[in-house]
Design a protein around this ligand. Structure first.
Ligand code: FAD
Length: 341
C-alpha cells in the first residue's frame, strides 16, 4: 500500500481469473500444461478467483475434460480441423479472442518452443508485457493482485521478479519441471465453454505439411526416467554406457554442463540453470558433483540416485540413494541387474 505505483493502479476490476493455455500434440498435453494448472490453482485460490484452461486443436474434447481433472474450474475449448497442428497465427487469434472476451487477469503458457512462439505472438497484439521463461510464479492478493513473475537475469547470476503493473492481462511463460501438477482427479468437472474458431482456413497463410521427428532430439522435460552423466564420465564414450542403462530402463540421457561444454554430448541433454529443468520419477546423477547450477534443474525429481567416487560430493546431500564408487564398475552392474529381472 505504501508503493505509490500500486496506489495509482488503474481499475482492472473487469479482469478476473487465471488462465492456462494448454499445449498439445495429437490430443496429448505437454506435462508443463498440467504443471502450470497446478501452480495456477494456487494463484487462483490466493486471489479468490477461478482457474480456467484454454484447449485448442482438432478432436480435443477429451483433453478439454482432462483439464478439469488437473484443477481447472472452467475450460475454453476451440475445436476445428484447421487447428489440428500448431500454427502461430490461428492459435494466437483464438487466444486473443478468448482473452478479449473473457478478460483473465493472468495468462500463463509453458516456456516450450511452441509456447514461447505463441506467447510472444499474443503479447504483441495486446497492450501488455510478457515475462518469459519464469522459474517462480506467485501473486500478491488484493488490492494489487499483481503477478510476481521471477526469472533468471544477468547471465543467470540473479533472479529478477518482474511486475506488470499498468496492464492486463499479466502474461508469463514458465519452464517445464519447476511446478508440480495436481494429482489427477477424474471425479472433477466444471464449465466447458465451446469457442468458435475466429479464422477460416482460407485466411491462414501457412500450411503444416508434415512433422518430421528429429531422431536425435530428446524430450527431457516429459521423461519419467533420466540417466544423467557429468565430467566423471571422462569422455563421450562414457555416455554410450549411460545410454545402455537408459535404454534398459526406458529413460533418456541427461548431462551436466561440464560434459556439454567438453563437447561429449549435445546441449539438448543439459540439465540445470542454463539447460532444462526436469521433474522425472527417477533421476540418476552419475559422475556429477552436484553444483548448485545443476541441482536447480533436477532437485524436484521424485527419487534421486547419485553415483560418485567422492563420498563428500555435494550431490549426496540431495540424493535419496547414494552409491560411492567408480561409475565404470557400478553402472555395468546395474545394467546387468536390470537385464536379469
Ligand atoms: P565436476 O564438478 O567436475 O564433477 C565431476 C564429478 O565426477 C566429481 O564429483 C567426481 O568425484 C566424479 N567422478 C569422477 N570420476 C568418477 C568415476 N570414475 N566414478 C564416479 N564418480 C566420478 N552446470 C550444469 O550442470 N547445468 C547448468 O545448467 C549449469 N549452468 C551454469 C550457469 C552458470 C552461470 C554457471 C557459472 C555455471 C553453470 N553450470 C551448470 C556449471 C556448474 O557450476 C558446474 O561447473 C557443473 O555442473 C559441474 O559439472 P560436473 O558435476 O559434471 O563436473
Amino acid at each position: 500500500k505504501t508503493d505509490p505505483v500500486v496506489q495509482d493502479l488503474p481499475d482492472f476490476s473487469e479482469y478476473r481469473g487465471v488462465m492456462i493455455v494448454i499445449e498439445q500434440r495429437d490430443g496429448i498435453a505437454k506435462k508443463v500444461s498440467w504443471q502450470l494448472l497446478g501452480r495456477g490453482r494456487k494463484l487462483a485460490d490466493k486471489l479468490e478467483t477461478e482457474l480456467s484452461a484454454l484447449v485448442i486443436g482438432d478432436h480435443v474434447e477429451n483433453l478439454a475434460k482432462e483439464a478439469f481433472y488437473y484443477g481447472a474450474d472452467k475450460v475454453y475449448w476451440c475445436d476445428a480441423p484447421e487447428l489440428k497442428d500448431y500454427r502461430t497465427r490461428p492459435y494466437s487469434r483464438v487466444c486473443l479472442h478468448v482473452i478479449e472476451e473473457y478478460k483473465p487477469e493472468i495468462v500463463l503458457i509453458g516456456a516450450t518452443y511452441t509456447g514461447r512462439d505463441l506467447a510472444g505472438a499474443i503479447a504483441t497484439h495486446l497492450p501488455t508485457g510478457l515475462t518469459a521463461d519464469c522459474t517462480e510464479l506467485d501473486v500478491e492478493p488484493d488490492p494489487s493482485r499483481l503477478l510476481l513473475a521471477s526469472r533468471p537475469a544477468f547471465s543467470e547470476k540473479m533472479v529478477a521478479t518482474i511486475l506488470c503493473k499498468q496492464y492486463k492481462p499479466q502474461m508469463a511463460t514458465a519452464r517445464a519441471g519447476v511446478f508440480e501438477a495436481l494429482p489427477k482427479d477424474t471425479s472433477r468437472t466444471g464449465e466447458l465453454i465451446k469457442i468458435s474458431n475466429p479464422m477460416t482456413e482460407s485466411e491462414i497463410a501457412t500450411r503444416v505439411l508434415d512433422f518430421i521427428q528429429d531422431e536425435k532430439r530428446i524430450n527431457l522435460e516429459d521423461a519419467e526416467i533420466i540417466v544423467s552423466g557429468g565430467k566423471g564420465l571422462g569422455g563421450p564414450e562414457g555416455f554410450k554406457l549411460l545410454q545402455q542403462l537408459a535404454d534398459e530402463l526406458g529413460g533418456v540421457v541427461g548431462a551436466s554442463r561440464a560434459a556439454v561444454d567438453a563437447g561429449w554430448i549435445d546441449h539438448d541433454h543439459q540439465v540445470g540453470q542454463t539447460g532444462f529443468t526436469v521433474r522425472p520419477k527417477l533421476y540418476f546423477a552419475i559422475g556429477i558433483s552436484g553444483a548448485v547450477q545443476h541441482i536447480v534443474g533436477m532437485q524436484n525429481s521424485d527419487v534421486i540416485v547419485a553415483i560418485n567416487r567422492d563420498p563428500n560430493a555435494p550431490i549426496f546431500k540431495l540424493a535419496n540413494y547414494g552409491i560411492v564408487g567408480d561409475l565404470f564398475h557400478i553402472v555395468p552392474a546395474i545394467i546387468e541387474a536390470v537385464r536379469m529381472k
